[in-house]
Design a protein around this ligand. Sequence first.
Ligand SMILES: Cc1ncc(COP(=O)(O)O)c(C=O)c1O
Length: 411
Amino acid sequence: MDRADAVQLDDRDPLRHVRQRFVLPDGMIYLDGNSLGSLPHGVRERLESMVDVEWGHDLIASWNTHGWWDLPATTSAKLAGLVGAGPDTVSMGDSTSVQLFKLLVAAARLRPERSVIVTEPGSFPTNSYIASSVAQLLGLTVRWWDAEHSPDIRTVLDDDVAVVALCHVDYRTGWMHDAAQVTAAIHDAGAITLWDVCHSAGAVDIDLSGWDTDLAVGCTYKYLNAGPGSPAFAYVHPRWHDVLDQPITGWHGHADPFALERDYRPAPGVRRVEAGAVPLLAVAAVEAAVDAFDGVAMADVRAKSLALTDLFIDRASARLEPRGVSIEVPREHRHRGSQGCLRLPDAYGFVQALIRRGVVGDFREPDRARFGFVPLYTRYVDVFDAVEHMVAVLDEGEHVRPENTARAVVT
Ligand SMILES: Cc1ncc(COP(=O)(O)O)c(C=O)c1O
């Protein structure tokens, strides 16, 4: 494989035209869309019109005339198609952490006779923090499933387990669970499933309905490209729509919000997951960002993601492994998300040196350099060139230069 081969792969790429839907700075190879997705064209215009016309001119009337009240629901319905969910099964608002809290409490309440929450020690920190807090609040215990050392989830399941909350794709290594299989095993044990799909939504052809999961949460600022701090979504399987009892009983989740009743009555369906006013400017950004997927089949997205990560493994094995770098990308396609991770001493300086060269990835403690491959805008030639920059950084010793090793707040 040489650079010309990579260019040819781009020429034949069925998603080639989609890259033009994004604002991508000249000369930058952006490999951090797994942290913050690029800005899709159309988002700025949508926000400008919402600010100038809807808020600036039409003011409060916009709740009715511009559909503000239903905007979270209509946007959720649009997004649902990208994650294999029915249009009336997704709700939007709050951060992933808050959605996780609401659904974890609700899940435990669906199994009141059981006392254990199962989660993974290596999940994203917010997931274990929230699991511990919910356990403390409800008098439950957390049981840790270390999938790396004990791959069969049945080893931690018994009649005490109320809910199992897992991250579909590991935020460090990109390792992906077989969600349908794990969900089935959890259901066999009578427990509720809650998947966090932050690192797969928009990059993997996930199928929340097909997995038969009870619940799921995910963010919209990574592969869904809706901008910093954009709202998270919550999925609830229809079998729980009329019984789900989530703890933040705000008026937006009420059956009749404008009746202004004293007592809470949950809205029918997934809308009961809403709590208070949803950040509508941010929801409008999600609505416009999802348009970047127009006419795009998620199967093509997945195929390109695997091809990009295959190329990364191939190039990194040839060029970086001989320089002492280890490659931490799951080799089996069925266990691979859409990112690649390299482990090396001085990984922080390595990432900073690459950023100076216009190749943007990120660092994760203690020694990981992480690179996200976004099928909608990452090109094969970007992968090829990025690895050559990595070689140059190592050969020139740029990763140990003081200007690259000084730590910033966000890594
Ligand atoms: C897997 C996972 N879950 C949850 C979160 C936290 O999301 P939020 O900041 O929206 O609460 C993140 C953030 O990156 C994440 O990677």
